[in-house]
Design a protein. Structure first.
Length: 335
């Protein structure tokens, strides 16, 4: 029987705290379209998390949240700068461009999915002209697609350069809680000048839900109309908000993220294949040829060939030490 434990942190079910909150939300009646008390409670919890008086909305997916955010920050004749392997760059089927009416995505370089300051500086130094879409926003990801975690001071340097160049700032936090469990200070986000933040729920052990956090309140004008037009203003919005309440009220989401990170570290310690990126959050990437990967598949363990050619293994809130040890033995057997 095939096992999908380590293909992605999306393959795990929802954590008990998230499910309990959904069951509680299902009792009785509530106002529609996110105007209910539970949604307000979830928004307050997120505002406390980032220590900022921001607008908060809940949507179904990270792609929706990212695309809507970037469309709000960038006009159709402008561009978003992002790492070339960022999710917004290559894994969202052109959604930012579609929602943004034709905005362009321009790739920046950098090791381990982190934007290299020199690459950003080069893009900012390119003169505007009428035949190209000049940059209007910078999109950063923490933790990155390769599991790397930006320190607050590194993000501050990139944010400062972007702001000095007149760019708005978007932060994709699909695995923000894994970054926080690795030491990233969530309360630093607002101080960095981030205009719009996506707080990932799905990969953190919730049912499908993401929070869109708008620090620049001028961007919140008609935001609900934008969400409605995009199919992201559900009538029973409390079911998007409830998992955040269940996971944030007693800090469960950070405990689960720390566990996922610890399981990745455990697998890294037993990994018989060379690592291609530092293990800083809940993912690890290794050098493995395709025949070997297929032998691992034949042994029952599914895996993913990633963007840079490495093979990715992701840990989640539900990963057990026993599963890590069993995978480690299987990896040694196919080595």
């Amino acid at each position: 029987m095939a096992r999908f434990d380590f293909v992605s942190d999306n393959t795990a079910g929802a954590a008990p705290e998230a499910m309990a909150a959904l069951v509680a939300a299902n009792r009785g009646f509530a106002v529609s379209y996110g105007s209910d008390d539970l949604t307000a409670r979830a928004a307050d919890l997120i505002r406390g998390l980032v220590d900022a008086d921001a607008e908060v909305r809940f949507v179904a997916s990270g792609t929706a949240a990212n695309a809507i955010a970037l469309a709000a920050l960038c006009r159709p004749f402008e561009a978003v700068l992002a790492h070339g392997h960022a999710h917004v760059s290559i894994d969202e089927t052109g959604a930012p461009s579609f929602f943004g009416g034709g905005l362009a995505m321009r790739a920046l370089g950098g090791d381990h999915g982190k934007v290299d300051p020199a690459s950003l500086a080069e893009a900012l130094a390119t003169p505007d002209h009428a035949h190209a879409q000049g940059p209007a926003a910078l999109s950063l990801t923490n933790a990155t697609e390769y599991g790397a975690v930006y320190a607050s001071q590194d993000l501050a340097a990139l944010a400062g350069a972007a702001k000095a160049g007149g760019l708005a700032l978007h932060l994709d936090g699909a695995r923000l809680f894994n970054a926080a469990a690795a030491g990233f200070d969530l309360k630093a986000i607002a101080k960095l000048g981030v205009d719009m933040l996506v707080v990932g729920g799905t990969k953190s052990g919730m049912t499908p839900t993401e929070a869109l956090v708008v620090f620049d309140r001028t961007l919140a004008r008609r935001l609900d109309a934008r969400l409605k037009q995009s199919g992201q203003l559900p009538s029973k919005g409390r079911f998007y908000a409830a998992p955040f309440v269940g996971m944030l009220e007693d800090g469960a989401v950070l405990r689960h993220a720390a566990h996922a990170n610890a399981m990745a570290a455990r697998l890294a310690a037993a990994m018989p294949f060379p690592l291609t990126h530092p293990v800083e959050s809940n993912g690890l990437f290794v050098e493995m040829d395709e025949p070997t990967r297929l032998r691992l598949t034949d042994a029952g363990w599914e895996s993913m060939r990633f963007l840079d050619g490495s093979v990715r293994f992701m840990c989640s809130w539900a990963t057990t030490a026993e599963a890590v040890d069993a995978l480690a033995e299987a990896l040694k057997a196919v080595r």
